[in-house]
Ligand binder design. Structure first.
Ligand code: ASC
Length: 150
């Protein structure tokens, strides 16, 4: 009985490990490319909606900006798992893999910047939203300059 329990626990652990590996990887590089591009597309849509408010092209609605900032902050955590080894392609520059620490650093900066934007957006202070938006936009641009094909 005791041994059966140990085997059962071990089997469950192996299955859980297998599931997490399958979750972190993609079957084909095209799947990874599609995933990360989809995330960036939706992130860009919400970011641009905040941008329209910041630029005075759309009226400021606290709930709308807060919602879009939360979407951007949440999505900012997702694309990195889809830049694994062997997933070169799409608009990704090869430097993402050859200078991976630099790429990771740029991604971390972006995540911190959009987390700050989200904090500002939830507070509802438009002046701090404007500042945080500009800082976040700069992290998008820096990373694109270095790592995204034109
Ligand atoms: C966007 C978008 C980006 C960034 C970048 C900021 O809305 O799609 O890639 O902002 O242009 O510099």
């Amino acid at each position: 009985m005791k041994l059966q329990k140990i085997i059962l626990a071990a089997t469950a652990s192996v299955l859980a490990l297998g599931t997490s590996i399958a979750f972190a990887q993609f079957q084909k590089s095209e799947d990874a490319i599609k995933y990360r591009q989809s995330v960036f597309t939706v992130m860009s849509t919400s970011f641009a909606r905040i941008g329209a408010v910041v630029k005075g092209e759309a009226p400021y609605n606290k709930d709308e900006v807060a919602k879009n900032a939360a979407i951007v902050a949440m999505l900012s955590t997702l694309p990195w798992q889809a830049f694994g080894p062997g997933t070169e392609g799409g608009k990704a520059q090869p430097e993402i893999w050859s200078e991976n620490a630099k790429f990771k650093g740029a991604g971390d900066k972006m995540q911190l910047a959009v987390a700050s934007l989200n904090t500002a957006a939830q507070s509802g202070d438009l002046e701090s939203i404007k500042k945080a938006f500009a800082a976040a936009g700069q992290t998008c641009k820096t990373c694109h300059d270095d790592f995204k094909k034109k």
